[in-house]
Write a protein that binds this ligand. Structure first.
Ligand SMILES: Nc1ncnc2c1ncn2[C@@H]1O[C@H](COP(=O)(O)OP(=O)(O)OP(=O)(O)O)[C@@H](O)[C@H]1O
Ligand SMILES: [Mg+2]
Length: 205
């Protein structure tokens, strides 16, 4: 079982990855929570370069570094854990690249799709939750944090990212579920668990 969370910064991905992991543990699953970029020593180093270093990176370099980090994580961790039966939950995966480097930065979506395919070897999540939240509310929720390099891109960039996520969800409705993340943690959690139950547990006999 491979589940991913998507959405702009501060929408609740980490919160709900942890809550879903706890739920699946109670169902008897071994779980692993990952974050992108990151999740391996190598990919965490790329994360530092991307998010906190002083290098000014053009969108193409940004794309390639995200994909390099993703490739290492996919080959070394995600595939092995899925084969071992672990429920893998990732805080971001390739939809983030489509939304941020594609719709946000404006790189040709055909190129993005090819790069995503290369780094994942075609591996797709069973289900992806896009936590939909307005920018101002997301900023308010994460107001005490220091902004990383991508978060400094400004509101018009994030408007494009949000529109991108919505298009991704429309294109793949069976995989990508839009969750209204405006409510309380519990309201958001209940929507997520309803979908998880429908997809994985309701048809059990
Ligand atoms: N539905 C919710 N209602 C209110 N607050 C929430 C909700 N979900 C998460 N939060 C709070 O919003 C803040 C941001 O959530 P979280 O860190 O999970 O977001 P994130 O998407 O992982 O952000 P980032 O991408 O920056 O890591 C946290 O303080 C969290 O407790
Ligand atoms: Mg987070």
């Amino acid at each position: 079982m491979f589940i991913t969370f998507e959405g702009i910064d501060g929408c609740g991905k980490s919160t709900h990855a942890k809550l879903l992991s706890d739920f699946l543990n109670r169902k008897g699953f071994k779980t692993l929570i990952l974050r992108e970029p990151g999740g391996t020593e190598f990919s965490e180093k790329i994360r530092d370069i991307l998010l906190t270093s002083e290098y000014v990176l053009n969108p193409e370099i940004e794309l390639l570094l995200f994909e390099a980090a993703r490739s290492h994580l996919t080959q070394n961790i995600i595939k092995k854990e899925l084969n071992a039966g672990t429920a893998v939950i990732s805080d971001r995966y390739f939809d983030s690249t489509t939304a941020y480097q594609g719709y946000g930065r404006g790189i040709d979506l055909n190129i993005i799709n090819i790069c995503n395919h290369l780094s994942t070897n075609g591996l797709k999540p069973d289900i992806t939750f896009y936590l939909d939240l307005e920018i101002n509310e997301a900023l308010a929720r994460s107001k005490d944090r220091v902004l990383d390099n991508i978060e400094k891109s400004g509101n018009s960039f994030f408007e494009k990212v949000i529109e991108g996520y919505k298009k991704i969800a429309i294109e793949e409705p069976d995989r990508v579920i839009i969750i209204n993340a405006n409510g309380t943690v519990e309201e958001t959690y209940n929507q997520i668990i309803n979908h998880i139950n429908q997809k994985f547990f309701l048809n059990q006999t």
